[in-house]
Design a protein. Structure first.
Lengths: 274, 348
């Protein structure tokens, strides 16, 4: 297995955010990680990436224990696609993508002409070759997310973690990114763990799903079989159910949309961890 | 590429022009024989030199070789060093407004110099060493203070730097308050505003190794600075040990700034402004930005120092000149460049 977590626990300081999490992710499949705000999704990604130390259990990347690996070695095994943001200085998109090649070159080197060619071919794959020399900060959110995705791919690591890649994207771009991921994963045999908030996206594009609550895994397995009404209710809150549209499409919708309920779920009044 | 070659060609031209200007003007035709005299007469430029067309008086050779040339060499080196350190700090702190003194090196060095002038033997080399050592102590203290926090982000380091700077600044003010206004105070004040009038071959021998090797090291490891400008966690996940490399870059930059301040006093503004001018010419990519910053910094300070020594009858402290010319120039760049180029963070 390319990514294997065995009874891990981790957190910030003394507070445990994750406890006793075990999971495996298989190559060539996209695995969605779902849970409510504060359930520990991002913490889990950071722990797999070796940014937060483990307080128990073990993480194996391509069969190697993460505790024995140094930073550049971890980078050769895992890449991370963060949520889109801006950079403090104006870099071209090609420069942004090239950065993730750092673990392959010596400290005093800069990317060779061959690396640049590879980076450009990755950008062709993600459909943003024409943006290579444009300033990153001048692009739209969707374009910037594709640059970050290209950067993750250019790192050429077998495991890829994506942290809510759809957060700032419009409807069409959300589906574009997800279907692009699906193609790339099949083509490159990547192992992908992706945190998502939209259960529909998880259902349409992800092979497996892991649902966590309060830092514990409540359910995991193939998406279609795992995302049942009972599981969704338990993990994502009370106001949710699965349905089928007239055209036969699976959807996850709220149970009821009345204004009382919406006022009740407003931030502040909301019971975050019921 | 054309811009870069143009800049590199401007340096010798500017140096030539600056060799001629000054309170003791030198005829441009004399520069060449004077240069040859220094190389040819290895026994020392103390003897006058005769050249077919010129009779070069001894004092002219003296001024040229022992005052003007060291001054020009020193201003180019210090300009290049401080500007490079500025570009590094802006990258490390992900902030285009960061200056090399942000961790307290300048305040520490000035305090060290004042302390030596006031309480130690006021010999040049003692003042210089004290300034250098206190500059490094200040940055080390800022680092230690920041390491007590659980948050290892650069903003905590900046705040520690501000705290340490304030303390050394207070110490400096206290020494100035105690100082004898007729000699010590004037000396300290001149130090806090900087000047190249004490430039000499001896000082160059001490500062050149640190400044030149510092600039070369930063240039060699310049591509990684691109990644240091990224969010810490992104940089970590790309495979850089951010904390280790931050120490590496801070140590080199601090050594460069401390030895510059120890040699010539505070030089305001250029560490902040020159990287901006360079970025305007070459873009933000650090493998091109760092050499451009070093070259432009040398050129800029060379011109500023020539202004400082020739515009009035008496010498003007260098920081006054760099501020008067530097600040409006930055304003000009910001206004002229309009949208995009200077925009580091997007408008909301």
């Amino acid at each position: 297995m390319s990514l294997q977590l065995d009874q891990i626990s981790a957190g910030y300081g003394k507070a445990h955010v994750l406890s006793d999490i075990s999971l495996t992710v298989t190559p060539g499949r996209i695995c969605a990680l779902m849970g409510r705000n504060g359930s520990g999704k991002t913490t889990l990604l950071r722990t797999i990436n070796g940014v937060i130390p483990l307080s128990g259990g073990s993480i194996r990347l391509m069969g190697r224990d993460i505790k024995t690996l140094r930073r550049p070695q971890i980078a050769r095994l895992v890449s991370v696609v963060p949520q889109v943001s801006f950079t403090p200085f104006s870099f071209s998109c090609l420069d942004m993508v090239l950065m993730s090649g750092v673990s392959r070159i010596k400290a005093w080197q800069s990317p060779s002409a061959r690396e640049k060619k590879t980076a450009l071919s990755v950008m062709t794959e993600t459909g943003i070759r024409h943006l290579a020399h444009r300033p990153f900060n001048a692009l739209s959110g969707g374009e910037r997310q594709l640059v970050m995705l290209s950067r993750g791919l250019f790192q050429e690591s077998p495991v890829m973690l994506l942290d809510e890649p759809n957060t700032h994207l419009d409807f069409t771009n959300q589906h574009h990114i997800m279907s692009l991921m699906k193609t790339l994963v099949k083509k490159r045999g990547l192992t992908v763990l992706i945190t998502l908030h939209d259960p529909n996206l998880a259902h349409y594009y992800c092979d497996d799903v892991i649902l966590i609550k309060h830092g514990c895994v409540l359910a995991q397995g193939p998406t279609a079989a795992t995302m049942t009404d009972d599981v969704l209710l338990a993990v994502l809150g009370g106001n949710i159910r699965t349905d089928t549209t007239q055209s036969g499409m699976f959807v996850v919708t709220p149970r009821h949309v009345d204004h009382q309920a919406i006022a009740g779920t407003a931030p502040g009044k909301q019971e975050i961890n019921p | 590429m054309k811009k870069e070659t143009a800049i590199i060609l401007i340096i010798p031209l500017a140096a030539f022009a600056c060799l001629c200007t000054g309170r003791y003007p030198i005829d441009p035709g004399q520069v060449f024989p004077l240069l040859l005299s220094g190389i040819g007469a290895l026994s020392g430029p103390e003897t006058g030199v005769s050249w077919p067309e010129y009779e070069l008086p001894r004092e002219l050779v003296m001024i040229f070789w022992n005052i003007r040339i060291p001054r020009i060499v020193m201003s180019i080196m210090v300009g290049a060093g401080i500007s490079t350190a500025g570009a590094v700090f802006q990258a490390l702190f992900r902030n285009p407004l960061a200056a090399p003194d942000i961790l307290g090196v300048t305040a520490g060095s000035c305090f060290g110099a004042a302390l030596a002038i006031m309480f130690l033997v006021p010999l040049a080399w003692i003042i210089q060493s004290s300034a250098f050592i206190f500059g490094i102590i200040a940055v080390s203290l800022a680092y230690i203070l920041a390491s007590w926090s659980k948050d290892h982000s650069p903003s905590v380091l900046v705040i520690s730097g501000i705290v340490i700077s304030a303390l050394f600044q207070a110490g400096l003010s206290f020494i100035m308050y105690l100082a004898n206004p007729y000699d010590q105070l004037a000396q300290i004040v001149f130090w806090t505003m900087g000047s190249f009038h004490t430039a000499s071959w001896t000082k160059i021998q001490i500062t050149a190794p640190i400044l030149i090797s510092g600039i070369l090291l930063v240039s060699l490891f310049s591509w990684r600075l691109n990644i240091m400008t990224q969010n810490e966690e992104d940089a970590l996940s790309m495979g850089i040990d951010v904390f280790k490399w931050r120490v590496f870059y801070v140590v080199i930059s601090t050594l460069m700034v401390a030895c510059s301040v120890a040699a010539v006093g505070t030089v305001a503004w250029i560490g902040l402004i020159v990287p901006h001018i360079a970025r305007y010419l070459t873009g933000s990519e650090h493998r091109r930005l760092i050499p451009a910053t070093a070259v432009l910094g040398g050129l800029f300070l060379l011109i500023m120092d020539s202004v400082a020594r020739s515009i009035l009858m008496s010498e003007i402290p260098i920081s006054i000149v760099t501020s008067i010319f530097g600040a409006p120039f930055l304003a000009y760049l910001v206004i002229r460049s309009g949208s995009g180029k200077m925009r580091h963070e997007p408008a909301a």
